[in-house]
Design a binder for this molecule. Structure first.
Ligand code: FAD
Length: 472
């Protein structure tokens, strides 16, 4: 038998869901351990997702601005402007290291035991931990277990990933050189963010999407505009197109596609192929059978509204269960799961989880969109304000997009906010607060917003749901 250690709470997975749950449980007074097999904390998000992608997005945007907009901003450049790709990648690595290291510090500060290894159920109270350093497997017992093992890229049947030429998010964030031609299967947020990065630094990018429109989940009007502005930036889209084959031949990838409607076939040669068709729950190695945990047909672990499996002391949060696969959703659930253990109640408002696409301009939304309101038969009013009429956006020569409010036709209560624009991802927080507090658009329009800021467009769009905007 292995040596066994007993904890109040054991969390499996050190991503945004798991590490936050572990810290919160420890803060609530529980003797807590977190098992993570990656060798670094922060999960998909910090290591191969949110953070590295945002580093590349930010720095490639800066490059693009300097290269193409310096003149209009009164900056003259003597000499060549070029991308130092290894430098871009090492800036990304540095951001990732600092943040993952930061979580280790937080574990120490909060007295969370970090077990570097793979956790797998022995029974519903016990997990075996197989250390990544090759030392002997040991067991941990726990009164409460929180499973937060996250997700992995959904494989594309018949396409073999080598993370060099045919890549997932992991490979695309660690390429050795800028591909001349990049083809992306999937026009979702991850696909479009990576398309933006590589097109800014010189790749010829083609996005292949099975659906006939981009931006599923977005408000219809917003989605149309997204396609327009990304098209203007030089991305090629093949919509309503299915991929039938993708094989590596030496240093190139040969892809076969077919128009969904006409059946017309086409061959595409590319230097790199990114498969970004979605993500699926990840439970490999966890041995859920030993604990009798059940998954649905999409692999999502089945839980009740308090995240409990059929064993009430085993809870599941984040990407490995239901709901949007987003880091902040996993974090909210992490806090709530620890609070449920302690107090029997916790709080996540699933109607108020923002989504952000970090292209330029950014796209952000929260609450219901027009299509959903129509479907639910809710009477609503629309208020819109374009950034072209916002003083700060004009000053910054950054005027693409608009703020769109959807408010209840009678009460003006905010039902949804949809933004395309610079810093939309920051601005959407104000909409989240409005939704959480049940604010009306009049509450927002009567709140003083600093001048000159982009947030004045937010205020004026709220005003436009019940009165005339002032600056447009
Ligand atoms: P994960 O972050 O996947 O963490 C799970 C962890 O559990 C992993 O580290 C894994 O190694 C570990 N693990 C699994 N099984 C075991 C086991 N048996 N034993 C021990 N450890 C185990 N979301 C956003 O909100 N904003 C963004 O901008 C954003 N950008 C993204 C960009 C990309 C390219 C990708 C791929 C994702 C992005 N996401 C973004 C999604 C976000 O990364 C996930 O929603 C989030 O990481 C989910 O957190 P989690 O804790 O549920 O799981």
């Amino acid at each position: 038998r292995y040596a066994s250690t007993k904890y109040d709470v054991v969390v499996v997975g050190g991503g945004p869901g798991g590490y936050i749950a572990a810290i919160k449980a420890a803060q609530l007074g529980y003797n807590t351990a977190c098992i993570e097999k990656r060798g670094a904390l922060g999960g998909t998000c910090l290591n191969v997702g949110c953070i590295p992608s945002k580093s590349l997005l930010n720095n490639s945007h800066l490059y693009h601005q300097v290269k193409h907009e310096a003149g209009i901003r009164g900056i003259s450049i003597n000499g060549d402007i070029s991308v130092d790709f290894p430098g871009l990648m090492s800036a990304k690595e540095k951001a990732v290291k600092q943040l993952t290291g930061g979580i280790e510090m937080l574990f120490k500060k909060n007295k969370v035991t970090y077990l570097k290894g793979e956790g797998s159920f022995v029974n519903e109270k016990t997990l075996a931990v197989k250390p990544i350093d090759g030392s002997e497997t040991h067991e941990v017992e726990a009164d409460h277990i929180i499973v937060a093992t996250g997700s992995e890229p959904t494989p594309f049947p018949g396409i073999e990933i080598d993370e060099e030429r045919i890549v997932t998010n992991t490979g695309i964030l660690a390429l050795k050189e800028i591909p001349k031609r990049l083809t992306i299967i999937g026009g979702g947020i991850i696909g479009l963010e990576m398309a933006s990065v590589y097109s800014r630094i010189g790749s010829e990018v083609t996005v292949i999407e099975f659906q006939s429109a981009l931006g599923s989940g977005m408000d219809g009007e917003v989605a149309k505009n997204v396609q327009k502005f990304l098209g203007k930036q030089g991305l090629n889209f093949k919509l309503g197109t299915k991929v039938t084959k993708g094989v590596r031949n030496g240093e190139v990838v040969n892809i076969e596609v077919e128009d969904v409607k006409s059946g017309k076939k086409e061959e595409i040669e590319s230097d790199v192929l990114l498969v970004a068709i979605g993500r699926r729950p990840y439970t490999e190695g966890l041995n859920i059978e030993a604990a009798g945990l059940e998954a649905d047909n999409k692999g999502r672990l089945i839980i009740d509204e308090q995240f409990r499996t059929k064993h009430p002391h085993i809870r599941v949060i984040g990407d490995v269960t239901f709901g949007p696969m987003l880091a902040h959703k996993a974090e909210e659930e992490g806090v709530a799961a620890a609070e449920y253990i302690k107090h029997g109640h916790g709080h996540v408002n699933y109607g108020n989880i923002p989504s952000v696409m970090y292209t330029h301009p950014e796209v952000a939304w929260v609450g219901l969109n027009e299509e959903q309101l129509k479907e639910q038969g809710i009477k609503y009013k629309v208020g819109k304000f374009p950034f072209i009429a916002n003083s700060r956006a004009k000053t910054n020569v950054d005027t693409e997009g608009f703020v769109k409010f959807l408010a209840d036709a009678e009460t003006q209560r905010v039902l949804g906010v949809h933004i395309i624009g610079p810093n939309a991802g920051e601005m959407i927080a104000e909409a989240g607060l409005a939704l959480e507090y049940g604010a009306s658009t009049e509450d927002i329009a009567r709140t003083c917003h600093a001048h000159p800021t982009l947030s004045e467009a937010f205020k004026e769009a709220a005003l436009a749901t019940f009165d005339k905007p002032l600056n447009f």
